[in-house]
Write a protein that binds this ligand. Structure first.
Ligand code: NAG
Ligand code: NAG
Ligand code: NAG
Length: 293
């Protein structure tokens, strides 16, 4: 008797299962997108459209905040404002959202996850972002054509320089003592400086389902390019890969934890210049869409 009942119950479940795809549109998590420096949301239109084309029904929130010159405003200010938007978007999707940041936008996104550890972001994708900082002429000259890399620290490691986003993540391997003394942003979000925020900064990242770090050797702007995957220069300008750095070894922000749990995914793609990552749809299809479930 009971057998027969459970048998037909299973049958009903099966019918329901088979009918499901017809009644319910495949549902993808909403995606929030943060653009790079000196551009705005329009630079991320192609990628937004591609996501919606390949994953129909996806709600995409492509921030219009801090476009153009205002993208040079201090990192913490941008983190606060865009971060509140991300929380509001997350509140509308209790099942969680995904977050994608390109270039400076990927570093802003990472800091938002740390500053607001109550977020419900599941997958975070960092598309060629200076996660470990920046020290290179090409990038510098986009914004400050007259500055020289080796002396830029004189401007950036001052209270005036710290009023720019770039100053906030300028990481001069030859002036680390000044970096630690003046930088108001990067040593804090990297938990290299211990404060009352350190543990929540870590929590905001370790709770992720996945952290995806995309970058490559032909980037040309992010310097060293390995910064897109938390690698960085040592004092001799030799690049130390993420897994060999203290940041990872001491698990300061949870990179090691994520890695051990197979939640940290690195994609190294050669042949892609910095301004193509978000314009090359095969990058989007191959390395971004698989994480937008
Ligand atoms: C901790 O974070 C909050 C929010 O960003 C900030 O106002 C505060 O100054 C931080 N505290 C320290 C000690 O850095
Ligand atoms: C940097 O180079 C100097 C001189 O070649 C060497 O003595 C030192 O060990 C190097 N430091 C690192 C961290 O590689
Ligand atoms: C786009 O990226 C792929 C790698 O995913 C590369 O093979 C291709 O050459 C790129 N196309 C352009 C136009 O850069």
């Amino acid at each position: 008797m009971t057998r027969r009942i459970s048998g037909s119950y299973i049958f009903l479940l099966l019918i329901e299962f088979l009918l499901l795809p017809k009644n319910e549109v495949a549902s993808y998590r909403a995606v929030a997108i943060i653009h790079g420096v000196l551009t705005g949301s329009d630079s991320m239109d192609e990628i937004s459209q591609r996501i919606q084309e390949k994953h129909p029904g996806t709600q995409v929130y492509n921030t219009v905040r801090y476009a153009g010159w205002s993208s040079l405003e201090p990192m913490w200010r941008q983190v606060e404002e865009i971060g509140n938007d991300i929380l509001a978007i997350g509140a509308a999707y209790p099942e969680g959202i995904n977050l994608l940041g390109y270039s400076q936008g990927g570093l802003l996104a990472r800091a938002i996850l740390q500053r607001f550890p109550q977020h419900n972001v599941k997958n975070f994708i960092s598309l060629s972002s200076p996660q470990a900082g920046q020290y290179g002429t090409r990038f510098l000259h986009l914004i400050f054509p007259d500055l020289v890399c080796s002396t830029a620290f004189e401007l950036f490691y001052s209270s005036v320089g710290q009023h720019t986003s770039v100053g906030n993540y300028w990481n001069d391997p030859h002036h680390q003592e000044l970096y630690y003394k003046y930088s108001r942003f990067l040593p804090f979000v990297n938990n290299e400086k211990i404060t009352s925020n350190t543990s929540t900064f870590k929590e905001g990242l370790t709770k992720l389902q996945r952290m995806v770090l995309i970058g490559g050797p032909d980037d040309g702007v992010i310097t060293p390019w390995q910064s897109s995957q938390f690698g960085y220069y040592n004092v001799n300008e030799t690049v130390v890969e993420m897994r060999d750095r203290d940041e990872y070894q001491n698990d300061l922000i949870g990179l090691k934890t994520l890695d051990k749990n197979k939640k940290l995914i690195l994609h190294t793609v050669p042949g892609i210049p910095h301004f193509m990552w978000h314009k090359n749809m095969s990058i989007v299809d191959e390395f971004i869409l698989p994480y937008l479930d």
